[in-house]
Design a protein around this ligand. Structure first.
Ligand code: NAD
Ligand code: WQD
Length: 345
């Protein structure tokens, strides 16, 4: 049976590109919209190299309502949206809050406005474990309390979830699946696509692979005096390909009307908490490459420990994050080596 077209906003980005690969491999025709503010057109080559299909691509900004209308006019067969397009740097959002509120919220509101008139059946939204803040209890379930956001970025995710809820409760003729990602890491095992570095990485794994490559002198481990077994912070690191696969299931659920509720929320994590020091050890074990590192003071605003209870996604979506951490570390390293080969980093 011919599958329905999916609009992937932010589809040349890190998680978006991996999701486009999985969608195409599952037989979905895709159109990507991206303004290339944090990605490169060459990502399309990587997607094509893996899948044999070059996705349709529109270079435009999702905050531009007219551009989006033109896109829907050109592709009247779009039946599902996966909305990755957003600005995502927590630190930058503290410096430029209006940019974050405008970009992330206007993108979402434009899409929601155009879905009904264009017969789109559902939207998958990229939310984040950041909505749980510092949890009182781990692992967190979807019912765990939402804590006051500590950054404008985090606040855009909370507000976006509320906007989607309000719009659907007001009777909008479509469904939504809200996915709360934990810490996406790694790259496609082919090393054809991965996370593109943008200046000095703020996230752990890109910094770690750059330190291992000698691009950075050493990785700073932010704190070893936390209330955790080895004193470093704990996160739930989820392989980006596992994460991408969950989107295919989520979109299929909405298009095939399998979802019972008009809005469904799922935690996407492994259910396993891993400390910074354990992650470094896993990388070294998996790749045989040493990571020069030193312990430094805590990073302001860091959460001590958070990991997911993914039982709802496991049971309801029939999805599990099952890539072993060592394989994820190898894919992250292979991608770093590819960037070096290409002269990017
Ligand atoms: P990314 O920056 O690699 O991808 C986002 C893409 O959206 C980029 O290609 C960028 O050019 C594009 N974009 C941004 N604003 C746009 C606009 N107005 N119009 C068109 N394109 C636009 O980020 P990512 O890591 O792939 O994240 C994807 C989504 O997942 C984001 O919504 C992010 O907030 C969310 N998320 C990411 C993480 C993470 O750690 N990577 C964790 C939780 C949630
Ligand atoms: C992970 C761990 C650091 C860098 C951020 C956002 C969150 C979400 C994911 C989108 C922490 C430690 C890091 C370094 C280190 N994004 N670390 N040295 O903080 O869990 O979350 O990205 O929604 O909203 O806040 O991810 O990768 O920055 O850090 O020791 O050079 O690695 O202290 O414990 P984080 P991260």
């Amino acid at each position: 049976m011919k599958k329905e077209r999916i609009l992937v906003t932010g589809g040349t980005g890190y998680i978006g590109s991996h999701t486009v690969v999985e969608l195409q491999q599952a037989g979905y025709p895709v159109v990507i919209i991206d303004n290339l503010s944090n990605s490169d057109r060459a990502v399309l080559d990587g997607i094509e190299a893996i899948t044999g299909i070059r996705p349709d691509f529109v270079e435009a900004d999702c905050t531009d309502l007219e551009a989006l209308k033109a896109l829907f006019a050109k592709y009247p067969d779009i039946k599902g949206i996966i909305n990755f397009a957003a600005s995502k740097a927590v630190g930058e959002s503290m410096q430029k809050p209006v940019l974050y509120y405008r970009n992330n919220l206007n993108t979402l509101m434009n899409l929601l406005d155009l879905m009904g008139p264009n017969g789109v059946k559902g939207i998958v939204f990229s939310s984040s474990c950041t909505v749980y803040g510092e949890p009182d209890v781990n692992p967190v379930t979807e019912q765990s309390p939402i804590k006051k956001a500590t950054s404008p970025y985090g606040n855009t995710k909370q507000i976006s979830e509320e906007i989607i809820t309000d719009v659907i409760n007001a009777g909008a003729p479509f469904k939504s699946v809200i996915l709360r990602y934990f810490n996406p890491v790694g790259a496609h095992p082919s090393a054809m696509i991965g996370e593109l570095p943008n200046g000095v990485p703020q996230n752990l794994v890109p910094y770690l692979t750059q330190a291992a490559m000698g691009i950075r002198a050493e990785l700073s481990v932010f704190g070893n005096d936390y209330d955790t077994p080895d004193g470093s912070c704990i996160r739930d690191y989820i392989d980006v390909v596992d994460l991408a696969k969950a989107h295919v299931i989520a979109v299929e659920r909405m298009l095939q009307d399998k979802s019972e509720e008009k809005i469904e929320i799922f935690n996407l994590g492994t259910g396993r908490g891993v400390s910074v020091l354990e992650l470094i050890a896993a990388f070294e074990r998996a790749t045989g490459v040493k990571v020069p590192h030193k312990i430094v003071g805590r990073r302001a605003g860091d959460i001590e420990k958070v990991w997911a209870n993914p039982a709802r996604a496991n049971q309801v979506l029939g999805w599990t994050a099952n890539t072993p951490l060592d394989d994820t570390m190898r894919s992250a390293w292979a991608w770093q080596c590819k960037l070096r080969e290409k002269g990017v980093m």
